[in-house]
Each structure stands twice: as C-alpha cells, then as structure tokens.
Ligand binder design. Structure first.
Ligand code: ADP
Ligand code: G3P
Length: 493
C-alpha cells in the first residue's frame, strides 16, 4: 500500500492544500487567494472567516480529487504565515477581532516605549527576538486594550489566543484542541526558547493572561483529529511548523550550517545552528527551527523585505518589464559586470542593516544607462542583499561556508540565481520540489505517523534539480560589492 500525506499551507495572500506521495512528489493541489484589509495607515488585517473558508475549501477540493488515494492518506501537516494573531471566544468560537497580520505596524509606538524602558536586552535573551510590532505579543495586547469588553473576558478565562496554526487546528478539530508547535510559539515574543515554556515575566510585561495561551507541542506530534462533521474526513493532524521553519525542514537542512533561502515577495534566510541557540551580533533572529521528541533544533533567521517584490515594482509601478520572467533575457544582454545599482529600500532595509528610515535609490547611472541596466540592477539587488545577510550569518553561526538551498517564485530565474552564486561565492542549489514549505509540514506529519522513520530517510528523498557554482572573478566580485556598499550608504538617512 502506498502512503500519502496532506499539507495545508496557510500563507499571507493565499491558502494551499497539497497531496504528496511518499516520495515527496505532488499528486494534487488546490489554492485560493483571499482579501487583504488595510483599515488604516500601516495596519494589515485578515478576516478569520477567510482563513478558515479557504482552508476548508482547498482541503475538501484536494480530498475530492484524491479519488482512490483518499483512503491511503495517513496524516495532515499544517504550516502557516507566522506571528499573525487571533483572539476568539472559548465558548462561542467567535473571533473578537480580525486577525492582525505580521506586517501590521500599529503597535510601533508601544514597542518604542518598551525599548525606552531598556527591556529589550532581557526580552531578547529569553526569546531570541527583537522588540518589534512584527511579533504577536504587542498585537494581542492591542486587541485586549482596544476592543470593548475584551480585557474583562480575557481575565475571566473566556478567550483564547492563537497564531494561524492554532486557530485552524481548533476549527478543524471542532473546537477540541488549543495547541501550537514550538516553532510557531517561538515567534510570539512570549515564549522562552531556552525553557520551551510560556514565560510569565513576558506575559506580565505585555499584560496577557496565561489562560489565553495554547499548549506547545513538538513539531511532529498529536495535534488532534479533524472532525468528520466539519471536514468530511477524520485525519490525524500530526505535523505543524511556521512556514519558514517548515521550508527549512522541507529542504532537509538537518545539519548545523545547512541553510535555505526563500525568494518570494521578500526573502527569508534560515540557517540550522544545531541544539544550541546562537546569539547574533548582527540583529539576526534566534528562533526554534523545529522540535522533535522534545529536542530543539535552533536556527538563525534574517529577512529581506524586497526580493521578487522589486520585480513587481519594476513591472507595476515603472512598467520596465511586462512580466517578472522577462528580466532574465534583459540581464543576459547587460551582463553582471555593470555599474548601476538599485537599492530597494522602499520600506526601509531589513537584516542586517535594520534601518526603517532608509529609502530606495538607483545610483551609478550614465548616459548609456537604459531600461535593461536598471532591471538587471533590480535582479542584482537580491544577490547583493543576500551577500550582506549571508556574511552576517556566517559571522554569527558556526559554519565557515554553506550551500544555499533555494526556493520561492524568484528561484526560477536562472540568471538571478547564477548571479547570487557568483556574488556570494557560494554554491546555490535548486531542488526538484520547490513546494518546500508544504512538503516540510507533510514530512513532519509523516515522521509522527511512521510513514518515515528518521530525518536520514527524508534527506535521501531530497534531490537537486540544478546547481549554480560560483564562477565570477574575485576582483570583479569585490569591485561590485564595494559599489553596492557605497550605494547602500547613499540610501541611509
Ligand atoms: N522568473 C522570475 N524572475 C524574477 N522574479 C520572479 C520570477 N517569477 C516570479 N518572480 C517573483 O516571485 C514572487 C512570487 O513568488 P512566490 O514564492 O509565489 O511569493 P509569495 O509566496 O511571497 O507570494 C513575485 O514577487 C515575482 O515578482
Ligand atoms: O506567508 P508568507 O510566505 O509571506 O510568510 C510570512 C512569514 O511567515 C512571516 O514571518
């Protein structure tokens, strides 16, 4: 009998359900986008009903198209946009407010005030994170302080908090389980990554009752069973991880120093640092990669805000490309050794610069500069930013060199990936299966129910589709990087 595994990937703009066979290949999938809500400047919300509706309908659609394979589905894995915050009533199941999305900046001033109280040091010590609106804690507090009657209900033990995984599992199990996994918990700013427990000092700092918090489980664990009356099938939910950590798992980065880099809208780079947390000197995040049998594997994470989004800007705002993939032919015409730089600091710069006030610039133009040069510079900016990030990560981590395992929509661009390899002087590898996020969740579930016996068995499934080897002259690389650093300086206030 062949085994199959399902995975739900609830992302920021769409929800996907994928059916994988035992070899990790996709058998069926369904995807639905949903509406983004921007009620005020810097605010980003999702309607919880949309998250649930798209989850249920993509799941049911894949179950239908599975046909005969349906009876051979062994388990369900869940992966999700991280940090996004929901609060709902324990009895009625009604959310008290929309989901506040990770991108939402409404609590920036509150976080600034906390930083002024000089607490960031011990908060970082416990959580591995920074005092930033990105993470869940200040979002929960905002809901408690700003929605009528909610604080009283929370204090009476009537409300539940969850990241998206927790909310969806609660719905899928018919309200039976209030759980999360350690990788998602580690993104809340309320979880002590050393003791692996909710931290009462952090809950006090943000004024959040402990009674709201879900139970934290291993990433491969018993998260409950889907309710047949709700879903139409009883399936064990057996693997859960935040999406970037799930991609680390799906890319089989199980050894210290192994690193994945996802090139979607932005770029998230995550490095396995083993069983000990590594403290960054470059403001990278220390986070739980995954937890198996009570054993934590830690990771370092850095994010770039604009990767594929730079191509979207060149397409939608400036009209320099008709579609993102056209950039490849334009860059081939120009070549990598050019002097135009596009620093995409449209919303500030992420790691390792972390400057919210930096603003984008195109520098180094001459009379012969044309559209092709600027589009090429857009692709190159992704390589340059990765070089900065990787430099910081290697300096912090225990590895002296890495191979970058890539995925995400932009990983399809061969020219950009070759430049990435050249400018970072690093081997870049694209796997056969690029749906690594969903695959990681399915693998976790498969480990839990015995479809797979070990991570070694999973590593054997991972296959490279294409390798990009560094081929740039070191003198050219240094010259280009010096020009990039000068361009970045020009964007800083
Ligand atoms: N061939 C390509 N070259 C460059 N960028 C691309 C290419 N194909 C897609 N992209 C970029 O990748 C992004 C989409 O990737 P995806 O992984 O689906 O992102 P997300 O999950 O963040 O929505 C878009 O920003 C798009 O501009
Ligand atoms: O849903 P994505 O792919 O944009 O990922 C969002 C991240 O998890 C935010 O931390």
């Amino acid at each position: 009998m062949t085994d199959y595994l399902l995975a739900i990937d609830q992302g920021t703009t769409s929800t996907r359900t994928i059916l994988f066979n035992r070899g990790g290949l996709t058998e069926a999938s369904a995807q639905e986008e949903f509406e983004q809500h921007f009620p005020a400047d810097g605010w980003v919300e999702h309607n919880p009903e949309d998250l649930w509706r798209t989850t249920l309908s993509t799941l049911q659609s894949v179950l239908e198209s599975a046909g005969d394979k349906r009876s051979m589905i062994r388990a369900l894995g869940m992966t999700n946009q991280r940090e996004t915050t929901l609060v709902w009533d324990r009895q009625t199941g009604e959310p008290v407010y929309n989901a506040i999305v990770w991108q939402d900046r409404r609590t920036a001033r509150f976080c600034d005030d906390l930083r002024r109280r000089k607490v960031e040091g011990w908060v970082h010590e416990k959580t591995g994170l920074l005092l930033d609106p990105y993470f869940s804690a200040s979002k929960i507090r905002w809901i408690l302080d700003n929605v009528d009657g909610v604080r009283e209900r929370a204090q009476a033990g009537r409300l539940m908090f969850g990241t998206v995984d927790t909310y969806l599992i609660w719905k899928l199990t018919g309200g039976k389980r209030h759980v999360t996994d350690a990788s998602n918990a580690s993104r809340t700013l309320l979880f002590n990554i050393h003791t692996q427990q909710w931290d009462s000092a952090l809950l006090d700092l943000f004024d959040i009752p402990m009674s709201m918090m879900p139970t934290v489980l291993d990433s491969a664990s018993d998260f409950g069973t889907t309710d047949a009356d709700v879903v139409g099938a009883e399936l064990p939910i057996a693997g859960v991880a935040g999406d970037q950590q799930a991609a680390l798992f799906g890319q089989c980065c199980f050894d210290i120093g192994m690193t994945k880099s996802t090139y979607g809208t932005g770029c998230f780079m995550v490095m396995n640092t083993g069983v000990l947390p590594v403290n960054s000197r470059h403001r990278l995040l220390t986070t739980v990669g995954y937890r198996l049998n009570g054993q934590v594997t830690y990771a370092l994470e850095g994010s770039i805000f604009m990767a594929g989004a730079t191509l979207q800007w060149l397409r939608d705002q400036i009209g320099f490309v008709a579609k993102a993939a056209d950039s490849e032919a334009m860059a081939e015409r120009v070549g990598a050794d050019q002097h135009v730089y596009l620093v995409p600091a449209f919303t500030g710069l992420g790691a390792p610069h972390w400057d919210p006030n930096a603003r984008a610039a195109i520098v180094g133009m001459t009379r012969d500069t044309g559209i092709d040069h600027i589009v090429t510079a857009g692709l190159q900016s992704v390589g340059y930013q990765t070089a900065d990030l990787l430099g910081a990560m290697l300096d912090d981590g225990s590895a002296s060199e890495v191979e970058l395992r890539i995925d995400g929509g932009m990983a399809a661009n061969d020219w950009a990936m070759q430049f990435l390899s050249d400018v970072t002087d690093t081997r870049v590898t694209r796997p056969v299966i690029t749906e690594t996020t969903a695959l990681g969740a399915a693998m976790l579930a498969g480990l839990q129910v015995g479809v797979y016996q070990s991570t070694d068995e999973l590593s054997a499934l991972w296959q490279s589709e294409k390798r990009f080897e560094p081929a740039m002259d070191s003198e050219v690389r240094e010259r280009l990087l010096t020009g990039w650093r000068r361009a970045v300086k020009a964007t800083l206030p």
